[in-house]
Design a protein around this ligand. Structure first.
Ligand SMILES: Cc1cc2nc3c(=O)[nH]c(=O)nc-3n(C[C@H](O)[C@H](O)[C@H](O)COP(=O)(O)O)c2cc1C
Length: 322
């Protein structure tokens, strides 16, 4: 399958693995890239730019295929040294960056000077237009279904993608609620030229997280998510567990501040979930697509299955018009 996305990133299949905090290590990115998709290392999971440089080097050792780095600009408690992270990306010879959170405008000159292709992940048409206007090469449009931060507009991909396609000219990757061939063919029909998956790639053999988390996702259905931080205007879709439900109930009382929930939502507790496999220990991101996750294949098996089945669906659709 050839699209502007496969051409732009020189990948065999139009399948991308989005940045995932504490999941997007070199093992994850290399497995997706070796499967013919585009794997992405999560920049800020590496504590320092020096650590990121080492992670990039590890990934080069595991694959000779293209891979990218995610840089998330979120309103954090501490502001990471983004320019130094970008320097590590450039020095590491990585030519693809997925940005998210805020506009990457301030960092575009440095990335463009190094010939880096920038995918900006956004959650609304207006942010997609802005990304196009500042010279991003592609957008990844994250619909309401997605794990992580879906924004505050609550527009699902069925509406968001075709509107974005009508208004934005640069290639678009669909993201959020995607995990199988039906999703891929659907978003191609809606105007996307590739699909980004987060949650589905967590439930693969190579994902560097505890097996319990993968099994929990197989057991979970599409309703097993909570939307935390709604009242703080920083919504995050995460797996439903006692901790995320408690955050929601504290917020529901009204006037909650981050201090009221900080002890529940610490990144350290989420990290322990992935490392130790206690899925009730903290907050961990997962999306609605859990309802369509029934197994834990290798990345290669998953990507090949999606592409084979997508071709079958396209052939079947072709027969409808004859
Ligand atoms: C565990 C996890 C961690 C994530 N961390 C980040 C992150 O650090 N930065 C980011 O831009 N997106 C992050 N995301 C969002 C994904 O890159 C992707 O946009 C999202 O998962 C797509 O929705 P899906 O899970 O329905 O496929 C994360 C997603 C998951 C599941």
């Amino acid at each position: 399958m050839k699209t502007r996305i496969t051409e732009l990133f020189q990948v065999k299949h139009p399948i991308i693995q989005g940045g995932m905090h504490y999941v997007g290590f070199a093992e994850m990115a290399a497995a997706v890239s070796n499967a013919g998709g585009l794997g992405i290392i999560t920049g800020l999971t590496q504590k320092t730019p020096v650590d990121l440089a080492a992670e990039i080097a590890r990934c080069h050792d595991m694959t000779d295929k293209p891979f990218g780095v995610n840089l998330t600009f979120l309103p954090g408690f501490e502001n990471p040294p983004y320019n130094e992270y970008i320097a590590a990306i450039i020095d590491g010879g990585v030519k693809i960056v997925e940005t998210a959170g805020r506009s990457p405008e301030a960092y575009m000159p440095a990335m463009k000077a190094a010939d880096i292709k920038v995918i900006h992940k956004c959650t609304s048409v207006r942010h997609g237009l802005k990304a196009e206007s500042i010279g991003c090469d592609a957008i990844s449009m994250d619909g309401f279904e997605c794990a992580g931060h879906p924004g505050e507009d609550d527009v699902t991909n069925l509406v968001l993608l075709p509107i974005a396609r009508d208004k934005i000219k640069i290639p678009m990757i669909a993201s959020g609620g995607l995990g199988d061939a039906r999703g891929l063919v659907a978003v191609l029909a809606l105007g996307a030229e590739g699909m980004n998956m987060g949650t589905r790639f967590m439930a693969t053999k190579e994902a560097p997280i505890h097996d319990n988390v993968k099994q929990q996702m197989v057991e979970n259905d599409e309703r097993a998510t909570e939307m935390i931080f709604r009242t703080l205007n920083n919504t995050a879709r995460v797996a439903s567990n006692n901790v995320s439900r408690e955050v929601v109930s504290i917020e529901a009382k009204g006037n909650a501040t981050i201090d009221d929930v900080a002890h529940l939502v610490s990144g350290q507790r989420g990290k322990v979930v992935f490392e130790n496999g206690d899925t009730e220990h903290g907050i961990w991101s997962a999306g609605m697509i859990q309802g369509l996750i029934h197994d834990v294949p290798s990345c290669k098996e998953l990507v090949e299955r999606i592409m084979d089945e997508a071709n079958q669906i396209i052939n079947r659709l072709n027969t409808l018009s004859s």
